[in-house]
Write a protein that binds this ligand. Structure first.
Ligand code: CA
Length: 519
């Protein structure tokens, strides 16, 4: 089906479903974590770890198995979530050089607030602007709005305040405090409950650090020691290898700088003996990668556990207040993450591990518990879906479309292609600019400043290791996908010219990367 065909099909389907009446408007709790890979959510895959509380959302609602973001980097993903539009339309292309976010444009929060919702954002914001459309906001402020795991700063209309404690616990305390102030009100509420966890540098909470087991081993991905020779130059030029770019701070060979003496003692108890053994071991280069991987993945897992525990506390509160039946709860992440695949950490790529996200949605009034959906959906759809659930028609059209027909099980033939575009180059990790099309089984990616392409069959090659672009057998498919990609770019009115970046940005980033290695 052509692009215009599926758009018509979906809109036709939408028009036969009545939107929620004002009297039954749900509360909305949107939980967004930071860099949480799908394979670290046990509702999807329980081989790496358990996330019992996040799984409660899946068990009580719908799990989307093919949910993606359109630009796999923190700020841009959040700007898309708020606007329902891809980066080129909301103006927030990059964490590094396109802020602050323009909050005067049409956003989910402004529309919900205007329709009578009580609104709040608590936790990570990362758009370098004061939130608009929120009655209440307390957002993480320090470290370029990344925050720190321990003793972070929060910014609110009252100013900036540094708060002692662990970030996931503090964000939850603040969320519960706000929920307490609105739970008994007449108006429905919308809470954007945004965790910093499990973003780099993966520091678990005190409870998880006290239970640290240095001897435990996590299975390595088969491509941990992959040699990228033979891959596209675009991939070879990236600066994402655990071997070369994971810092001493990342792997806890050096201590976080802002800990209280009591927190530092817990950190020492967890890591000091393992560090001493590492320094005496004289490991080979490959053994060093393996050691770093273990530190990395185990602190990542333990950080997710800390967050999952806190999400459980929030869900317990909603249950105890009798709010779960009429609250739409969403769990997602701003993007996925490389957990050692290709020998890499970080995100940015259109690859499955970084552009695919967990998406769980629980709303007992409309969504069947324990359901699973494999439609291709994207973060441009989040705002239209929540507005649809609240019975609000956005005055300006959005790129995304409401997922309500999928959630209620009324539509099953969801035919669609996804557009992806990463712009943050020059930037950290040296990932090239690229755009591409996700067509279900196949994915075609263009590294346009390298004039290189990749074609992957993600059914037979989910790890995206074999580039089929040059294969004779796939030339007809390549031509068709190039047409479809051109149509998608036209449909979303993607400008031919990329945004300008100051000439000094690239060199500054290289100096920053070099300095990070010294920490
Ligand atoms: Ca992120």
């Amino acid at each position: 089906m052509k692009l215009s065909g599926w758009v018509l099909c979906v809109f036709a389907a939408l028009s036969v479903y009545p939107v929620a009446q004002a009297a039954e408007r749900p509360n909305i709790v949107f939980i967004m974590s930071d860099d949480h890979a799908v394979r670290a959510v046990s509702a999807y895959d329980d081989s790496l770890m358990q996330t019992p509380n996040i799984d409660r959302i899946a068990a009580g609602g719908m799990r989307f198995d093919r949910a993606y973001v359109g630009n796999a980097i923190c700020g841009p993903s959040r700007a898309t979530m708020l606007t329902g539009n891809h980066s080129h339309a909301n103006g927030f292309y990059s964490n590094e050089w396109s802020g602050p976010f323009d909050g005067t444009q049409q956003t989910l929060s402004t529309l919900l607030q205007g329709a009578g919702y009580r609104t709040a954002v608590i936790g990570k914001w990362h758009l370098y602007s004061d939130p608009v459309g929120f009655d209440h906001w307390e957002v993480i402020n320090n470290a370029f709005e990344q925050g720190t795991y321990y003793n972070p700063e929060f910014r609110s209309p009252a100013g900036v305040e540094q708060v002692n404690g662990y970030v996931a616990e503090l964000v939850t305390d603040k969320a519960l405090s706000w929920l307490n102030s609105v739970a008994d009100g007449e108006q429905p509420f919308f809470l954007l409950y945004n965790h910093k966890t499990p973003h780099r540098d993966w520091l678990p909470g005190p409870q998880e650090l006290r239970g640290w087991d240095e001897a435990a081993r996590v299975q390595e991905p088969p491509t941990l020691l992959r040699d990228l020779a033979g891959a596209t130059e675009a991939r070879q030029d990236a600066r994402m290898r655990i071997a070369d770019y994971m810092t001493n701070g990342d792997v806890k060979l050096s201590m976080a700088r802002n800990l209280t003496p009591q927190q530092a003692a817990i950190w020492e108890q967890a890591f000091a003996e393992g560090n001493r053994q590492y320094e005496q071991a004289d490991l080979s280069a490959d053994e060093t990668v393996r050691w770093k991987y273990q530190r990395y993945i185990k602190t990542y897992i333990a950080s997710v556990r800390s967050m999952d525990r806190e999400i459980g506390r929030l869900l317990d509160y909603l249950e105890a207040r009798g709010l779960m039946d009429n609250t739409l709860v969403v769990y997602t992440s701003d993007q996925g993450f490389f957990l050692g695949e290709n020998g890499w950490f970080d995100k940015r790529w259109m690859d499955e591990v970084s552009s695919r996200v967990p998406l769980l949605l629980r709303w007992p009034a409309r969504v069947e518990a324990g359901s699973v959906n494999s439609a291709l959906v994207q973060n441009i759809d989040f705002a239209p879906t929540l507005l649809d659930a609240a019975g609000i028609q956005p005055p300006e059209p959005m790129h995304g479309i409401s997922l309500m027909p999928l959630l209620t099980g009324e539509v099953s033939d969801w035919s669609r292609h996804l557009y992806y575009h990463f712009y943050e180059n020059p930037g950290f990790h040296g990932v090239p600019r690229h755009y591409g099309i996700h067509a279900g089984r196949y994915k075609l990616v263009h590294y346009y400043r390298y004039d290189e392409w990749e074609l992957f069959d993600i059914e037979s090659d989910p790890g995206e290791q074999v580039n089929l672009y040059g294969s004779d057998r796939h030339q007809q498919l390549v031509r068709r996908l190039k047409d479809d990609l051109a149509n998608l770019r036209k449909h979303y009115a993607v400008p031919e010219e990329d945004p300008e970046v100051p000439w000094y940005h690239g060199p500054v980033i290289r100096v920053f990367e070099w300095l990070l290695k010294l920490l």
